[in-house]
Write a protein that binds this ligand. Sequence first.
Ligand code: PLP
Length: 364
Amino acid sequence: MTSTLTVRHLFGPGPTNPYPEATEALARPLIGHLDPQFLAIMDRACEGLRQVWGTANRRTLPISATGSAGMEAAFVNFVNPGDAVVIAVNGLFGERMCDVAARCGAEVVRVDFPFGQPVDAQKVAQAHPNPTIIAAVHAETSTGVRSDIAALGAIKGDALLLVDAVTSIGGIELLADEWGIDIGYAGTQKCLGVAPGLAPFTVSDRAWERRVENPRSWYLDLGMLGGYVGETSGSATRTYHHTAPVAMIASLDAGLQRILDEGLDAVRDRHYAAGHALQNGLEAMGLELFAAEGHRLPELTTVKVPDGVDSAAVRKELLEKYNLEIGPGVKEFANTVWRIGLMGPNASPDSVALILGALQDVLG
Ligand code: PLP
């Protein structure tokens, strides 16, 4: 029996609708994970990832699991028990970092900021005299806020700067080398416009020299993954570590080529234009935005649910009547905030018009 799924407009916090090129790649004939044709695709995907990360790091690869595995890899490979790890928390994913770092034995120094506000680098700098790692989320998907990663790079001192770029990569400016990012992880299902399933990852040479000798994760051990993608010795000497998710990597490659063909600046301008048009349109409808002005992500807008409106009922009606998905807020904002994503191919004027029109209709 074949089941047919309704096509949805994925305007929530992710996954987004993929670029058509990324979807098409999933349907190509499967090839082996050590086939020279596949190794060429992997090489090109890693090169594409360097470009969207804004890095020349040799060690840039897609980890075979979702963004949270990228987060695990970032901590498990660089935290030794007792290391002081300063984590800036201004949303759910900063909180998740604290949990992951603690499980790796870190002495977590948590620096909290109100949800909806960006991270303040000076406050982070004052949290500990000599941390091993300073960590922050570039684009907090839970609140729609962008934090200034270059400012954290400027105060990191001897610490390694660890950054979550899950919702920024492929959507807004991301300059890993220029900003001093030492360890970065991301996801495919947001602005890269690819299905969920891979965690683009990058490591600077400075971080590499300080990595944990024998990390407590076999699957996420970057030392072993290095051989798998041939990043240190070239594709000729690639070694088996795990069976590469061939179709997903081909899809990532296709998505990346789509972005690079359009041009990184053009893609970012498209995300900014769509996000600002949506935010202006929502305000013109009399709605109030949640994230602090001047720090709003264009790709993920948070908007307050008007008083007296049933947040879940509106989302349900949008889905049933317009096949349009938006997300709820998180934690204490679950019923008082909506999250609207315009990521990858959805960062477009027609998506903006569709959301505004549908919301106007449902709100009456
Ligand atoms: N970090 C951020 C900022 C995210 O938005 C997400 C997912 O939405 C994650 C981490 C976790 O990624 P995943 O759900 O792909 O495991």
